[in-house]
Design a protein around this ligand. Structure first.
Ligand code: GLN
Length: 305
């Protein structure tokens, strides 16, 4: 497996040059286009890793899955799904269009910005700092290490430039869908997006999802099976933004990406995969990450769809 992983790494490096680093959050532009890291945790808890598997980056939209799991765990499903749907949009992750044109005005799913901002608004705690500290504890439980922190440079950079996310949040407020105070909720959202993890952390979370909530490293049930099931289902239909359909056909694995360059993928009963490669395609998915995922899927016959 280690040898195969190293081969896939070598064969995927070329794709780093074919993508573009996100610049709409100015601090993300500081990433190195050529970076690539991959980690796998298998169902026995064995770890395989190569390249920059331990380089930290902001998880961005991958936090939407973690936040969904957290609020489901803390408060149950209905509090979320009474305000947010479960349907893919086929639109970019930050699109406003369907919020206004759909009859209910509800965000279509929790993995687009609008839905994720609602989930952030549902987090328990008085002030954003308290909400984010409680959420960080949950993420620490998933990755099995302490000190999960926010990259402050990325956080401030997004906060200072987030006109579109502010538009989404204020529209949801007007429709009475967004709980809490708008700027405070956005603060939680920008903070969770700026959480700093590495590819190995993502693989560790992914194996928990893959094993229906069981962590084979610690030999412990971490999440309820139902939570893993909801997360993975939404990852299949909505996890790769408006590239989810193509990813399902080409790779066939539940996965979630972020504009920081991460991809987290969960292969049921087999393995969790984390990839970091900050050069993105036009939809916001890691270009080298897609290459890695498609090669791993092919060579290890990982397709679950
Ligand atoms: N923080 C980013 C945003 O809201 C997350 C987007 C992403 O990773 N697709 O734009």
């Amino acid at each position: 497996m280690q040898k195969l992983l190293e081969e896939v790494y070598e064969q995927s490096l070329f794709a780093c040059n074919m993508g573009k680093i996100a610049t709409y959050i100015p601090a993300l532009a500081l990433a190195d286009q050529n970076d690539l890291g991959i980690a796998i945790v298998d169902k026995e808890g064995q770890v395989f890793k190569t390249g920059l598997f331990d380089k930290r980056f902001s998880i961005q939209s991958i936090s939407k899955v973690l936040a969904l799991a957290y609020v489901m765990d803390d408060q149950g499903e209905s509090v979320i799904f009474s305000r947010v749907g479960k349907e893919p949009t086929g639109d970019p992750f930050n699109s406003l269009v369907r919020l206004e044109t759909s009859a209910s005005h509800k965000p279509f799913n929790p993995l687009i910005n609008a839905g994720a901002i609602v989930v952030s608004g549902l987090m328990r705690g008085n002030k954003p700092e308290e909400k984010i500290a409680l959420f960080a504890k949950f993420v620490e439980k998933l990755v099995g290490r302490g000190s999960v922190t926010r990259n402050n440079e990325v956080y401030h950079s997004e906060k200072d430039t987030a006109a579109r996310n502010r538009s989404i949040a204020w529209f949801l407020k007007e429709m009475d869908i967004l709980p809490g105070e708008v700027e405070e909720t956005l603060d939680v959202y920008f903070s969770q997006c700026a959480f700093s993890l590495d590819a190995l952390d993502l693989a560790k979370v992914a194996i928990i999802l893959a094993m229906d909530g069981f962590d084979p490293i610690r030999k412990e049930q971490i999440l309820k099976p139902r939570i893993a099931h909801v997360c993975k289902s939404l990852m299949v239909t909505c996890g790769m933004y408006d590239g989810s359909g193509e990813f399902a056909v080409d790779v066939g694995i539940p996965a979630k990406s972020g504009v920081g360059g991460g991809i987290m993928a969960a292969v049921r009963d087999r393995m969790g995969i984390g990839v970091y490669g900050p050069a993105l395609d036009e939809k916001g998915n890691s270009k080298a990450g897609l290459e890695v995922m498609s090669r791993l899927s092919e060579r290890l016959d990982l397709r679950v769809l």
